[in-house]
Design a protein around this ligand. Sequence first.
Ligand code: HEC
Length: 136
Amino acid sequence: MFEKTIFPLLFASSLFAIDGYEVYKKNCMQCHVEMMSKEYALQNFKKLKAPPMVEVSSRLKQNIKTTDDEEDVNRYLFILFVKDYIVNPNLDNSMCNTGAIESFGVMPSLKGKVSEEERQAVAEWLYDRYENISFE
Ligand code: HEC
């Protein structure tokens, strides 16, 4: 009974699941480098188009934190922020420091270019990809 009803559902959802890393490679990688040390980033600042993803992920994790340190809640809020930022990037919401904003400018909106499902997938990827990895 269990196998008959649940298994096809799981199978179907994994078939159609969107891979967040693929979304990143298609829509974000041209500006955000996936992995880079802080030292290298500082030395090559002028060549970068945007903060490296490892930096974005670790900064957002530091800033988006509930007081009770609930991992699920923090991850959920992180994903909400990223999903929104992709389509509504703006100065007020950016957590980049002002020096970085001055040099990069504000991120252009990707509205109409990434679907809701793709935003969800890439936001989850951005959180999970850098688990236990900090920008240093
Ligand atoms: C055309 C270049 C470009 C593309 C493409 C791009 N970004 Fe950005 N992004 C930037 C720049 C520049 C900044 C830094 C300025 C700012 O915060 O808006 C930024 C900032 C961000 C921030 C906020 C960081 C913070 O600390 O506030 C997030 C989150 C982000 N990008 C996610 C993404 C995701 C996810 C994608 C792909 C779906 C993507 N970006 C595609 C240029 C880009």
